[in-house]
Design a protein around this ligand. Sequence first.
Ligand code: IMP
Length: 423
Amino acid sequence: MPVSIVIGSQWGDEGKGRFIDYLSESCDFVVRFNGSNNAGHTVINKFGKFALHLIPSGIFSEKTKACIGNGTVIDLAALITEVEMLEKAGINLKDRLLISPRCHLILPYHKVLEQFYEKARGKDKIGTTGRGNGPAYADKITRNGIRLIDLLDKKQFSEKLTLELSLKNKVIKALGGKPLDLKTIEKTFFTLRAKIMPYVSEPFPYLQDGLKNNKNILLEGAQAIFLDNDWGTYPYVTSSTVLPGGSNAGAGIPPTKINKIIGVVKAYTTRVGEGPFPTELDDLVGKKLRTAGNEFGATTGRPRRCGWFDAELLRFAVQINGFSEMALTKIDVLDNFSEIKICTGYTLNGKQVNYYNGDAKFLTKIKPVYKTLKGWQAKTRGITEYKNLPENAKHYIEEIEKQIGVSIKYVSTGPEREAMIIR
Ligand code: IMP
């Protein structure tokens, strides 16, 4: 299995980071291809507990090269903070962290503009992570982006920044904001430039060489399918392509080379930010899920909205991503529930409907149909063999498989690297 890809199959925070950390032990390359430091991947291993936002979760396995592909957008200060955090923990990054010079940069005006956009939306705000991710991708598409490769040439960076600031400052001023100062940004970025230079190296030739020599490559998807810019609950989505196909554009991996597409799915559903959420539990059960699952954003600390497992969403996720197998996470969070529900489908005005039949507004009108299962009310935390799970936990897992039509190969029973069942 030389090329595998790990994709979130709900609204993010499925536990991709811990799962990638686990898989990367046998990988030569782990590659990010989308998103920015809007992502938050939590990893707990022998080095400690880490919240990674940009650096691939495979960085902890010594023989693995961690690549940040051209499809990601980078906040340099945040990236350097992460580099320093890892170095302090004793992780050697030299010749192991490769950042594509084609990556676009998040600049201070992206964050300022994002705040104005969100404010203007009022109650219809997206609830972004506030990292400037959307405006940075917008600039990339309109060809107003500034890339890491531009920063390598100071003169080129200054010329591009001068043009962009002349445009952005007009907008910022019109919106009532304070214009940004060219020299201040230049000074900050030239300092950051010196720190990041040792890691800037196009991963493409290394990955091509890896493909040729049958090396194991793991593509690390950020965010998740229902946050995908095209197929998610638009406009309550992120600004990149999170689908497996995004790795072709975002890391230069040909689609025909991907042999395994692993969907990571939480045993229940969560969402941060605004947007429709058909199985959301706005009650004590939802609160219990949040507390038991410690459902607070790894990036922003925001409390996550919680609800039951939604098989309608998952069937769509399976169809569009072509998952070959699933990893089910956080089953242990359900240990103390007497009843557990699974949403088996949606109806609208008494008629069965599907996720793809409508938009975000449509999803606020549909009614979820539930199947109730008995809980197991026993400890599953840390179990590493399927046969040792309580019978009702096995029923729950097998019911999910039946509903979504793909087998669950991995079941995680805790945040530690070892807390994993392989079936
Ligand atoms: P943005 O990506 O910061 O523009 O935010 C757009 C939407 O995606 C918001 O609802 C965010 O909460 C959500 N989002 C972005 N990244 C993540 C993530 O890594 N996990 C969960 N939600 C995310």
